[in-house]
Design a protein around this ligand. Sequence first.
Ligand SMILES: [Fe+2]
Ligand SMILES: [Fe+2]
Length: 160
Amino acid sequence: MTRLNCLLDHQDYLAYQEMIDQLEKSRQFCKHGFDHGLNVARIGYAYILEQGGQVLSKEVVYAAAFLHDIGRWVEYKSGEDHAEASAKLALPILEDCKFNSEETKIIVEGIREHRRHSSDHLSLLGRALALADDWARDCRHCSTQKQCYKYNHAMSLITY
Ligand SMILES: [Fe+2]
Ligand SMILES: [Fe+2]
């Protein structure tokens, strides 16, 4: 997956992840480092394979998963919704790594949708990211369940 490796080595991706890691150092809830992107990628791609029918390439799904939260630092600094910020920041990275216009459209749409409810009318990738985002968290064993606004919602979706 040459283009995915390009993305993971891209100086902007690395700089955004570094800022997020710094800003989340004392965060008590789930963090948004490389491992979160990897978990969302694996789970999201498994979900898409389970759906059958319309299939997106693994590289497209993984690219979307690794980019879906790169705008978290923007939200921490300015309050702008990170789904929208991540979609904007993803564009030049996708272009540099040679994703074509159709793939870029699908990825950016999925990133924009990833915070919506999975039962909304979403693209296949948007629904996969929204579900994988919750399934990627170990809510059952989390010590901050009572304080977390996502706990009840995420637990209602867990299917393991
Ligand atoms: Fe997010
Ligand atoms: Fe996420």
